[in-house]
Write a protein that binds this ligand. Structure first.
Ligand code: ZN
Ligand code: ZN
Length: 366
């Protein structure tokens, strides 16, 4: 193995370069060395790239949705994780302390004493430097959370554990979608499609998905993944159409996964059935939305904010991928090597004219 590791380093807003790092040496309780097979890209990468999430912690190695093979592992870490050299693992973003009150209550996503995160703002100078997934190798901290996964599934499919984990968490855990539920999914990005897959997987009764005119391909894929009806919100009235499709009742569960748009939140309140649940997961850039709270009361609604994904959701998402029940490859649209990470991010951001991506993966081996 080479002594140096190539990694993408972000140095400022819209500034990235390839740097070489010494290959980390794994000490007796020093976590593990991961050979990165693939790393997914999502809207957070776009925000991070633009500098919208701040520049504290730069320069650093981004990439928070990594999948790879354990190349080296400290004995104590192998015992703690139950994995060994040669195993494929999906890596979670957050590295929790595993001891604070939030960690002990299973809310480790908000751990108070995080030693760091994978692909978050850990300066490349800190620790062994290679915290993010846009690199040939990553150093996994002893407190990292990894999920073993079958190694025979193509890496670009397996790496979708991340958006699918969000689909499971938001639709099933927060939304409570189960056998027979009617579900309205607002937004047809990779996480909207993932929410449809998760809902279909557990036997939802009626799935309706929305998108814009330019989302025609994504909506076609939504139908292939199990949506019974799709709505082009630029041509049809979402609320009226949902009422029509649900015999006037509205949907049991409504998920808003649209970025920045305010109308979907107002539509969700109108389109959900009495006593139903609304899950909000689309960030709006801190814009205010005028909600008539009386409607929430009079309809006895439950409104939940969906923050991140947890281990249980990732585990279920991995089982969904391993089931082979869905043609997930149709959602995997683009793969790029380390030299083309900026292009990959711009593509997902919609900044590459004439090209549209759903799931975009960075594959350091390309
Ligand atoms: Zn992400
Ligand atoms: Zn903690």
């Amino acid at each position: 193995m080479a002594d140096m590791v190539r990694a993408v380093v972000q140095t400022g807003p819209r500034q990235m370069e390839i740097r070489e790092f010494p290959r980390p040496v794994i000490g007796p309780d020093d976590g593990a060395l991961l050979r990165v097979e693939a790393c997914g890209i999502c809207g957070s990468d776009v925000e991070q790239y633009k500098g919208a999430m701040g520049t504290r912690g730069l320069p650093m190695v981004p990439g928070h949705e990594p999948l790879g093979i354990i190349e080296e592992i400290a004995p104590a870490t192998a015992a703690r994780w139950g994995v060994n050299v040669g195993d494929r693992v999906a890596v979670e973003i957050l590295i929790p302390c595993r001891s604070c009150d939030l960690c002990l209550a299973g809310r480790y996503m908000q751990c108070k004493n995080r030693p760091g995160s994978h692909g978050g703002y850990n300066p490349a100078e800190r620790g062994l430097g290679l915290w993010g997934g846009y690199a040939e190798y990553m150093h996994l901290h002893p407190n990292s959370i990894v999920h073993p996964m079958r190694a025979d599934i193509p890496a670009e499919i397996a790496v979708m554990f991340n958006p699918l984990g969000a689909g499971v968490r938001w639709a099933l855990q927060y939304g409570g979608v189960h056998l027979g539920s009617s579900v309205l999914v607002l937004g047809a990005g990779q996480r909207g499609l993932a929410a449809i897959l998760a809902s279909r997987y557990v036997g939802a009764g009626l799935i309706i998905a929305t998108g814009l005119g330019r989302d025609a391909k994504k909506l076609a894929l939504a139908r292939e993944f199990g949506a019974d009806h799709t709505i082009n919100v630029e041509q049809e009235n979402t609320v009226e159409r949902v009422r029509e499709l649900t015999g006037g009742d509205g949907a049991d569960v409504v998920l808003d996964l649209t970025p920045m748009a305010r109308q979907p939140v107002l539509d969700a309140i109108e389109a959900v059935r009495w006593g139903g649940t609304i899950v909000l997961a689309g960030l709006k850039g801190h814009k205010e939305i005028p909600v008539t709270t009386d409607k929430l009361i009079n309809k006895a609604l439950t409104v939940k904010g969906a923050f991140s994904v947890d281990a249980a959701a990732y585990t279920d998402a991995i089982r969904l991928i391993e089931s082979g029940k869905f043609p997930l490859e149709k959602m995997q649209t683009h793969r790029y090597g380390l030299d083309n990470v900026e292009h990959a991010i711009k593509l997902l951001a919609g900044e590459v004219p004439g090209e549209d991506g759903i799931h975009v993966a960075v594959m350091p081996g390309l």
